[in-house]
Design a protein around this ligand. Structure first.
Ligand code: SF4
Ligand code: FES
Length: 252
């Protein structure tokens, strides 16, 4: 199987072609290991858990955002890839049926090397919303949640911070100051938690032009999330809570 991989050395980018000997149930990440071991030891990519838990192997495979460790080569081989030619007087969209598997880095983040991007902008927004409990429970006091309360936050707590949603978001692509789907989703995960005591402050942090109001509800974040987190539901939930709070203040 032929892999076409985007390379970047800090200044220039190009595509390199590698032939990979397929093994049964091989993932895209395993194919990258084989290339690194047998063909080019300088190929740079990030990984850790190899089991869709750490979120570090997020990249673009055949123009779709995916975790390399969770993507089987058999799943993407022969896939149709939409590419837009950058040359000629008119850029032409082309659909290619792939003998090649096209591998590129996560979009919307600065490139460091090959498939490694700088996650700092992503984590800067994440840290800004302060996604943690501001105070510890009082000593000896447990604060149990009912099953219903757990259900409200469970799907948002499943986020592994892979950044796939950030890479897929058309608003993040245009506006690096937009907090982005993952940070806004985490903000809601805490706001909606029955044990969280500083909800008003959390709402204030996301109630700004580059917060919940910048979302255009395109839903690409929902499409690409490997953990079925629905960031747009979280954003809509925050918008409702902000409006409700403001109305309560008016009618108080
Ligand atoms: S919401 Fe989904 S896609 Fe976004 S960072 Fe979390 S796990 Fe990744
Ligand atoms: S290596 Fe951890 S999610 Fe892929």
């Amino acid at each position: 199987m032929r892999f076409k991989i985007k390379r970047f050395d800090g200044e220039n980018s190009k595509f390199d072609i590698f032939d990979v000997k397929l093994k049964p149930h091989m993932s895209v990440l395993e194919a990258l290991f084989q290339i690194q071991d047998e063909e080019d030891s300088t190929l740079a990519f990030r990984y850790s858990c190899r089991g869709a838990v750490c979120g570090s192997c997020a990249m673009m495979v055949n123009k779709k955002l995916r975790l390399a460790c969770r993507t089987q080569v058999s799943e993407v081989a022969g896939e149709k890839v939409l590419s837009i030619s950058a040359y000629g007087p008119i850029a032409k969209p082309e659909i290619k049926t792939g003998y090649e598997i096209l591998v590129e880095p996560l979009p919307n983040l600065p490139l460091i090397k090959d498939l490694i991007v700088d996650m700092k902008p992503f984590f800067k927004h994440y840290e800004y919303v302060r996604p943690w409990f501001e105070s510890d429970p009082k000593p000896g006091k447990v604060n149990p949640m009912s099953q219903e309360e757990v259900k409200k936050v469970d799907k948002y707590a499943a986020c592994i911070l892979c950044g796939l949603c950030y890479g897929a978001c058309p608003v993040s692509a245009r506006n690096e100051n937009y907090l982005g789907p993952a940070a806004l989703s985490k903000a809601w995960r805490f706001y909606a938690d029955s044990r969280y005591e500083t909800g008003d402050q959390m709402l204030k942090r996301v109630d700004m032009p580059n917060g919940v109001w910048a979302c255009k509800h395109v839903y690409r974040c929902v499409e690409v999330c490997p953990k079925q987190v629905p960031p747009t539901n979280a954003i809509t939930g925050s918008i409702r809570a902000i409006i409700l709070n403001k109305m309560k203040k008016v009618f108080r």
